[in-house]
Ligand binder design. Structure first.
Ligand SMILES: [Fe+2]
Length: 278
């Protein structure tokens, strides 16, 4: 198992002065977070930093079902945050997680129907896809039924036919069979996602959901399934969330967290070490 080099693209918090003007002007830099779980301190941090990136990606669990704040109130607040972030960055992409579900479907499943309201602010949400440069990005919703799983499969099959140089998926749960889904006791990943990766072979999958994975022995913020890179920034309670910076131009991904900063190059093997928990 190789150790990951810890040299950093950006060794401090993004809002620090250590970010150079050159880095800020570099095209195709994308901020990736997930599992903000209605932490307004972390949402404020995203608002403060969104303008430094060409895109912001939020990979599910915007709300928190354990919060004492009523879900409808959370939705009103988070829609305002999404509108603020969308005004600060050229593109905001958001997918649902298991904490974000509000509307029942005819089949009895719940979906994050409230996210549709964010479209009025220019936010791309569940079911959308877009081009970022010559990279196609597919935004996958949280799914709980055969019907919605099949809908994602149709979405991916449709997007598979689109011309692109690279293909990125945003999907809240990480894939089964990767270190990004190791919760310290078991692999809690999504088996359907793993099958889709085998079938469609995306270049990158951006996830969250398994909060402990980056900080557990046997887990990681990054791994590979086949030739696909899979990522999970993790979650903890703090003023700043753990996050990733995707730099497509230089083919690097950096992970910045309270447990340390690491980076990988997309043309090199994945790291196999695990940082010390914060
Ligand atoms: Fe979560």
């Amino acid at each position: 198992m190789d150790s990951v080099p810890t040299a950093s693209l950006n060794p401090g918090p993004v809002c620090s002065e250590s970010v150079s003007e050159e880095q800020l002007k570099s095209p195709m830099r994308q901020l990736i977070v997930a599992d903000l779980h209605y932490s307004l301190r972390q949402w404020d941090w995203v608002v403060r930093n969104a303008g430094r990136f060409d895109a912001v990606i939020i990979a599910g669990d915007l709300l928190d079902i354990t919060s004492p704040v009523d879900r409808e109130a959370q939705i009103i607040v988070i829609l305002k945050y999404l509108a603020r972030i969308a005004r600060s960055t050229p593109r905001l992409l958001v997918t649902s997680g298991n904490h974000d579900l509000d509307e029942p479907t005819p089949s009895g499943e719940r979906t994050a129907g409230w996210l549709d309201q964010a479209r009025a602010s220019g936010v791309l949400v569940d079911g959308d896809s877009c081009m970022s440069g010559d990279c196609l990005i597919s935004l996958c919703p949280w799914w709980e039924s055969d019907a919605s799983r099949q809908a994602i499969e149709r979405q991916l099959a449709r997007d598979a036919s689109r011309p692109r140089r690279c293909w990125i998926w945003i999907h809240h749960a990480p894939p089964l069979g990767s270190r990004t889904s190791w919760n310290g006791h078991k692999d809690a990943g999504d088996a359907a996602l793993t099958e889709w990766i085998h079938q469609f072979r995306p270049d990158l999958v951006l996830s969250g959901h398994i909060h402990q994975a980056p900080f557990q022995e046997g887990g990681s913020w990054v791994d590979r399934v086949d030739s696909t890179w899979v990522f999970n920034a993790g979650y903890y309670i703090a003023a700043e969330p753990p996050f990733m910076v995707l730099d497509l131009e230089n083919r690097r991904v950096e992970w910045i967290s309270a447990a340390g900063n690491e980076q990988i190059h997309l043309d090199q093997p994945p790291p196999r070490n695990t940082p010390t928990p914060p």
